[in-house]
Ligand binder design. Structure first.
Ligand code: DGJ
Length: 515
C-alpha cells in the first residue's frame, strides 16, 4: 500500500503530496458517461489520453451504477477503471455522482427515483423572481430529506470501503463528493418541511462564528435563502463524507458552479459553494478539504484569485478545453499555486467520439466557445510537458516571491512583474485562432538568473522603478530539462538576442547584469 495523498502547508502555501512527493495534478476531467463503460474507456478514452502528458484524470462513479437495487452493489466498471488508470500511470480523482449533479438528482438509482414519498424533492413557488432556464426543483431531491441523505451516505460508505480494499496502489488520490450542488430554478426549497426550518433560528455554530442571531431572514437578510440552502447542502455533504471517511479516509472536496449572470441564486445553484459561501460551508462541512471552482467564465484570473483566498488550495476540476487552457495553466500553477488543473472532456481534444451538445451547454450556462478545441491537442500537452519538467523548481519557489505567473485573458496588453532586483515587463503576443494567448511564468533561481517559460510573449528585464542603471543580458539560452539537469539548446544572440517565447510552449534561461 502506498502512502495516501495529503495536503501539506509549506511557505504558507498548500501542496498536494502523493506517495510522499509533491504532486501538481495536470490532467483533465472525462465526460460524465465515459467511465460507466470499460469498453468505451479502453477503445475511446485511454488511447486519446496517452499523448497528452496528463498525470491526473478525473472520472465519475455513479450511485445508479453501483447500487442498482437497494443494498446490492456492483463495482465491476470501477475496478476496471482503477486497474486501467494504474497501468496508464495516472492518478484518479473520482466524482461521486450521488444525490446531486449540477443541481439535479438524475444519478440516483431507479429505486430512489421511483420512491418520492421516502426521497422527496424540492418545491418552488412561482413568484416574481427571475425564472431560471437552467433547472427545475422538482428534479432535485431536497438536502433536507434526511432519508435520502442517509441512503446516499450508506452507498458512499460502501463505495469507499470497496476502494480501500481494491486500491492497493493508491491510484485514487481524491474524491469529489457530488457535483456542482445547489438548487436550480428556485432560491430555496419551499416544501412545508423546509419552510418550517427556514422560520427557525439559525444554528448555534453559525450564530457563534458569524456573530449574528435570529431567524435566517433576520440573520442574513436578502441572502437568507441562499445561506439556508448552503447550510443544508453542507450538512448533507458532511454526513456523506464522514460515512465515507470511516471506511477509507482520503481527501474529499466539493466543486462549484460559479456565481455569474444571471446573478440570482436559483439561476446559479443556490447553496453551491460559491466563493462567498465558503466560510459557511466550512462550518457546515468540516470534512471538506477544499472548494474547487469549475472555471468556464472569461475572467479566469478573478476566479483563481477568489478560490485561493482563505487558505483554500486552488484545485480546478473543470475548465475550458479550448486553446486558452494551454496558457491559463501557467497562471494557475505559477501565480495561484494550483494543485490541480483539468480541462473538461479532455478526451475530445484528440478524439471526436463524444463532443458537447450546444443545448446541454446552454442548460449549464456555459459558452460553446469553451469547447472549440482547435489547437488544444498540440499546445496543451506541450504546456503540461514544460510544467512537469520544471516542477523541481516550481514547487520550492511557491510562496517565496521568486515566481510569478501570468495569462492574457483578453483585457490587457501585458503586465509588469516585480522581483527583488528586477522588474520584468511582459508584452503579450497576438491572439490568433488555434494558437494560445499569452501565458507563462518567470522564476528567479539565483541572483541575476531566471527561467522564463510559457507561450506567446516577449519579456524585458528592467531596473527596479526609480533605480538609475542599465540592465543587460549576460547570456540567453533555450533548452529543456532532463530530470533536474538543464540541457541547453541554442545560445541566443545577434538577431535572436531577446527573450521571447513562441506559440509552442518552451523554456529560456536568462542571466543578467546591471551597471
Ligand atoms: C459542468 C459539470 O460539472 C460537468 O459535469 C459537465 O456537465 C460540464 N459542465 C459540461 O460542460
Amino acid at each position: 500500500m502506498r502512502q495516501k495523498a495529503e495536503l501539506r502547508k509549506e511557505n504558507g502555501v498548500t501542496t498536494l503530496y502523493v506517495d510522499g512527493k509533491p504532486f501538481v495534478a495536470l490532467g483533465g476531467e472525462l465526460h460524465n458517461s465515459a467511465s460507466s463503460s470499460t469498453v468505451w474507456m479502453r477503445e475511446k478514452v485511454w488511447p486519446s489520453l496517452r499523448p497528452l502528458h496528463v498525470n491526473s484524470v478525473i472520472a465519475t462513479v455513479s450511485w445508479e451504477q453501483i447500487e442498482p437495487e437497494e443494498g446490492v452493489f456492483d463495482f465491476t466498471e470501477l475496478d476496471d477503471l482503477i486497474a486501467d488508470a494504474g497501468k496508464e500511470g495516472v492518478r484518479l480523482t473520482l466524482i461521486w455522482f450521488g444525490l446531486w449533479k449540477n443541481g439535479t438528482s438524475t444519478y440516483v438509482p431507479e429505486w430512489v427515483k421511483l420512491d418520492r414519498d421516502r426521497y422527496w424533492v424540492c418545491e418552488s413557488v412561482s413568484a416574481t423572481r427571475i425564472p431560471s432556464p437552467f433547472g427545475d426543483p422538482s428534479n432535485t431531491i431536497s438536502p433536507l430529506c434526511q432519508a435520502a441523505v442517509d441512503a446516499d451516505a450508506r452507498a458512499y460508505a460502501r463505495l469507499m470501503k470497496h476502494i480501500g480494499e481494491v486500491d492497493t496502489e493508491g491510484t485514487v488520490i481524491m474524491m469529489q463528493v457530488e457535483n456542482e450542488m445547489g438548487l436550480l430554478g428556485s432560491p430555496r426549497d419551499f416544501s412545508s418541511f423546509a419552510n418550517a426550518r427556514f422560520a427557525e433560528e439559525i444554528p448555534a455554530e453559525l450564530a457563534e462564528s458569524f456573530g449574528i442571531s435570529g431567524t435566517w431572514t433576520e440573520a442574513f437578510g436578502r441572502d437568507a435563502e441562499e445561506y439556508f440552502m448552503a447550510w443544508y447542502y453542507g450538512r448533507a455533504v458532511e454526513t456523506i463524507i464522514s460515512a465515507g471517511k470511516k471506511e477509507h479516509d482520503i481527501l474529499m472536496y466539493v466543486n462549484a458552479w460559479l456565481q455569474q449572470y444571471p446573478d440570482r441564486p436559483g439561476c446559479y445553484p443556490s447553496g453551491c459553494p460559491i466563493a462567498k459561501m465558503i466560510p459557511l460551508w466550512r462550518i457546515a462541512a468540516p470534512g471538506v478539504c477544499l472548494y474547487a471552482p469549475d472555471i468556464y467564465v472569461q475572467d479566469f484570473e478573478k476566479v483563481a484569485a477568489e478560490y485561493s483566498q482563505l487558505e483554500n488550495p486552488l484545485f480546478i476540476p473543470e475548465t475550458a478545453t479550448n486553446i486558452n487552457s494551454a496558457a491559463s495553466v501557467f497562471l494557475a500553477v505559477c501565480e495561484y499555486n494550483a494543485i490541480g488543473f483539468h480541462p473538461f472532456g479532455i478526451e475530445d481534444i484528440i478524439s471526436r467520439d463524444q463532443g458537447v451538445d450546444a443545448a446541454m451547454l446552454a442548460a449549464l450556462n456555459i459558452s460553446t466557445a469553451a469547447f472549440k478545441n482547435e489547437g488544444s491537442a498540440v499546445y496543451l500537452p506541450a504546456s503540461y510537458q514544460v510544467l512537469h519538467s520544471m516542477m523541481h523548481l516550481i514547487i520550492p519557489a511557491r510562496g517565496t516571491g521568486h515566481m510569478r505567473g501570468f495569462y492574457h485573458n483578453g483585457f490587457d496588453n501585458g503586465i509588469i512583474l516585480e522581483f527583488e532586483e528586477y522588474d520584468v515587463h511582459i508584452a503579450y503576443g497576438p491572439t490568433e485562432q488555434g494558437t494560445p494567448p499569452a501565458g507563462g511564468a518567470v522564476l528567479e533561481v539565483a541572483p541575476n538568473e531566471f527561467y522564463v517559460f510559457g507561450t506567446n510573449f516577449r519579456a524585458w528585464f528592467l531596473p527596479k522603478k526609480g533605480e538609475n542603471c542599465h540592465v543587460q543580458f549576460l547570456r540567453i539560452e533555450e533548452g529543456t530539462f532532463e530530470g533536474e539537469t538543464w540541457k541547453r539548446g541554442r545560445i541566443l544572440n545577434g538577431d535572436e538576442h531577446y527573450v521571447g517565447l513562441p506559440f509552442m510552449p518552451g523554456i529560456m534561461k536568462v542571466k543578467l547584469y546591471k551597471y
